[in-house]
Design a protein around this ligand. Structure first.
Ligand code: NCD
Ligand code: ZN
Ligand code: ZN
Length: 432
């Protein structure tokens, strides 16, 4: 592979520098001249460590009509991601070493982003029997994070046992916090809008009650819990207090919960149906503040592609979930102050460095320094773009941002020095 020279990038915290990459790793930064290197002009562009998604639904195996590992990682690269954690709610469920190894292998073969499988906590996500957590941890996929996402690990003894188990090898449980008895039949956030529309409500307390319980279980067992898609102001309070006491808890927020509210349900357009549901304006404001502050550790997409027949139907019959990978960076920048006001170091922290640390992806979330893997994203902070569903790399079209003009474009994404995206276009050849 020829050397890569990224010229005059604005490197967060360091100012304008060149970055020379050889065999997938940074060899020199500063003012660099190199002959025979492929030069990428990054004048006016910000270089971020490649984005890391803690929460992606790739739908393979089982729902390749909605997304595949290849199409999902192409969407990831387009969004500036170099690594994604693949959720376990596939068909079959990723509850065995065989399935997680298959997902990891498909990611490697596609070559667009590193795919770190998440293992299921319980067999079939059914919450009855622990999955083969040890076998997945010791498999070639080296699973560290386990989640029944799509479902809550509602049974407290199941949660306790899972925490005790993952603690033995430094793993963690990513909890989809939803007390199922409080959300039976729920269609949207429980509040004034659901009352007006006559749709059954999903109360904030269904999330908060599980977060409160699991904070206590994390403290009691000394194990790590990560909270998926935190969506309410009160959840933020509970997490803030837990962290102040030293509990080993981390939390993510999704872009849609940083921008949209339950008012969108008035359209009855199922593109806005998501779990947990879109909340109130006041929740959005608190989530934004908590992300800026770091009480919420990371932005995670919860990229949830759905086939047309699962979305283009009446609200109650539609599956919950929305696309996220290709729009996450733009929405994060909007939520953190817009392209003018945003602090790019905070963006790097919440979208790359911290999620890489939570997932244990040591080669990701690194700023360029001699020796580090060249997993980077080049961003144009002054450009804007219009979201056109048909142009998305995802196989699915369920984006809630169709037609919106968003700030910030991803100009290039490098995975171990190889461009997976260049000049805003996905590379068609990705062999390393
Ligand atoms: N977020 C969603 O609304 N849907 C997710 C499941 C989940 O993240 O809980 C999905 O798999 O479609
Ligand atoms: Zn979930
Ligand atoms: Zn999810």
């Amino acid at each position: 592979m020829t050397d890569l020279l990224i010229k005059s990038a604005d490197i967060v915290g360091k100012g304008r520098q060149d970055v020379l990459v050889r065999d997938g790793r940074v060899v020199e930064t500063g003012s660099v001249t190199a002959k025979d290197a492929e030069v990428v002009d990054a004048d006016g562009l910000i270089l971020l460590p490649g984005l890391v998604d803690l929460h992606t639904h790739l739908r393979e195996p089982g729902r390749e009509d909605a997304e595949t590992v290849r199409s999902g990682t192409r969407a990831a690269a387009k969004g500036g991601y170099t690594a994604v954690c693949a959720m376990a709610n596939s068909y079959p469920v990723a509850d065995t070493a065989g399935v997680v190894e298959q997902v990891a292998a498909l990611g490697k073969a596609a070559g667009y982003a590193d795919v770190q499988p998440i293992g299921a906590v319980s067999v079939g996500l059914e919450g009855k029997q622990l999955a083969e957590i040890g076998a997945m941890a010791h498999s070639a996929a080296k699973v560290r994070m386990f989640s029944d996402d799509g479902h809550c690990v509602a049974d407290p003894i199941m949660m306790r046992r899972a925490l005790e188990y993952v603690k033995t090898f430094g793993g963690l449980i990513a909890q989809h916090a939803e007390e199922p008895r409080l959300t039976e039949g729920a269609q949207m956030n429980e509040g004034a809008v659901s009352a007006e529309l006559g749709l059954p409500g999903w109360p904030a307390v269904a999330e908060e009650a599980i977060i409160a319980r699991d904070v206590l279980l994390a403290e009691y067992t000394g194990a790590r819990v990560h909270f998926c898609h935190v969506s309410t102001a009160r959840s933020v309070d509970i997490i803030r207090e837990a962290k102040a006491r030293g509990a080993k808890v981390t939390a993510e927020v999704c872009p849609h919960h940083l921008l949209l509210t339950d008012e969108a349900a008035r359209t009855y357009d199922p593109v806005y149906k998501v779990n947990p549901p879109l909340r109130r304006e006041s929740d959005v404001a608190v989530l934004r503040g908590a992300l800026a502050e770091g009480v919420i550790d990371a932005v995670a997409t919860d990229h949830a592609p759905h086939a047309p027949q699962d979305k283009d139907c009446e609200w109650a019959a539609a599956r919950p979930g929305m696309l996220g990978l290709e729009t996450a960076l733009s929405i994060t920048v909007l939520a953190l102050g817009g392209p003018e006001g945003v602090d790019w170091d905070t963006v790097a922290e919440r979208t790359s460095r911290t999620p890489a640390r939570i997932a244990g992806l040591e080669a990701h979330g690194r700023d360029p320094q001699p020796g580090t893997e060249a997993n980077f994203t080049l961003v144009d902070p002054t450009a804007t773009w219009t979201v056109v569903p048909a142009d998305l790399a995802s196989l699915s079209r369920n984006t809630p941002y169709a037609g919106m003009v968003l700030p910030v474009t991803v100009q290039a994404t490098f995975l171990r020095g190889r461009a997976t995206v260049l000049n805003g276009k996905i590379a068609e050849e990705t062999t390393e």
